[in-house]
Design a protein around this ligand. Structure first.
Ligand code: DAK
Length: 259
């Protein structure tokens, strides 16, 4: 993608599409333009066959300290409805490729909600998470109450949502919010290593695993099992299934093409 963005930075390397939030002076406070740019970049990566994995991170000393309060202070409900900003957030949920969030510093409010739109979160040891919306007289509105509760359960979610307290990377790991913690200065290096490994996996398997796990979150076990089974069958029509199993028999490394 050869495009200059105003609020994010993008680059493609080794079949990984990178997006870095880029308003470091305000701790990457997420304004409307930034959300549109993230969606545009993600959808473009999703369409690009060369890209296997997307990595989302923040420049400066935070991932993102929330939605831009300057933009919200005078907001009104009808104005927000007409701007229809949640549609952009919903589009993030429709991305098919794996999204890895590399989180350091603050991931608060809308910043935490953005992180929760990722599939895998890798946190630097200095990361701090939280939903401080309650201290501003509001509450999360871009999926925070739903996604957090499904991740950590009702009791812990209420604990964090009602107090607005921040919690550490260590706690985030303990409660399953993130899947790894990494020494802060190694965050990007280790995230890239992780992403490169994912990029060697068969893209269709990754895509259907992502869809099936989302189904587990959204539906009954029976419905989810049926969905999983159909996806399992479907992969037997892929070239990558033949390649993966033949390579095993021939004792060589498989080359997956996403077909
Ligand atoms: N918005 C705007 N500016 C922010 C900001 C934010 N969320 N967070 C930080 N900044 C700015 C600060 O104002 C400061 O700017 P200057 O004063 O230098 O001009 C600069 O970033 C550096 O911040 P601090 O000086 O405060 O840095 P500290 O290290 O002392 O403190 C902090 C860091 C993260 C504890 C503190 O900045 C802080 O409490 N920030 C606000 C955190 C917060 O309340 N976040 C939740 C916002 S509510 C929606 C979707 C989502 C949402 C809403 C609508 N739709 C689709 C409609 C989400 C809502 C939220 O996230």
């Amino acid at each position: 993608m050869n495009k200059e963005f105003q609020f994010i930075e993008t680059k493609v390397e080794d079949s990984i599409g990178f997006i870095a939030l880029n308003r470091p002076k305000v701790l990457n406070a997420i304004n409307r333009g930034m959300v549109s740019e993230i969606v545009e970049a993600m959808e473009s990566y999703d369409r690009d066959e060369y890209i296997r994995v997307i990595v989302l991170s923040g420049k400066g000393r935070a991932f993102a300290a929330g939605a831009d309060i300057d933009e919200m202070v005078d907001a009104d409900p009808i104005g927000m409805e007409l701007l229809n900003q949640f549609t952009d957030w919903d589009r993030l949920g429709a991305i098919k490729k794996p999204i890895i969030g590399a989180i350091h510093g603050f991931a608060l409010g809308g910043g935490f909600e953005l992180a929760l739109c990722c599939d895998l979160l890798i946190a630097a040891e200095d990361a701090e998470f939280g939903f401080p919306e309650v201290n501003l007289g509001v509450m999360p509105g871009a999926g925070g109450t739903q996604r957090l509760t499904k991740l950590v359960g009702r009791s812990r979610a209420l604990r964090w949502l009602m107090t607005g307290d921040r919690f550490s990377a260590k706690e985030a790991l303990h409660y399953g919010v993130v899947c790894e913690t990494i020494p802060t200065d190694l965050l990007m290096e280790e995230t890239v290593r992780f992403a490169k490994n994912l990029a060697t996996k068969p893209p269709l398997s990754l895509r259907l695993i992502k869809e099936s796990v989302q189904k587990a979150v959204d539906s009954s076990t029976l419905e989810g099992m049926q969905f999983e089974r159909k996806n399992f069958y479907l992969l037997f029509s892929s070239e990558d299934q033949k390649e993966g199993m033949t390579a095993f028999k021939e004792k060589r490394k498989p080359q997956f093409r996403g077909r």
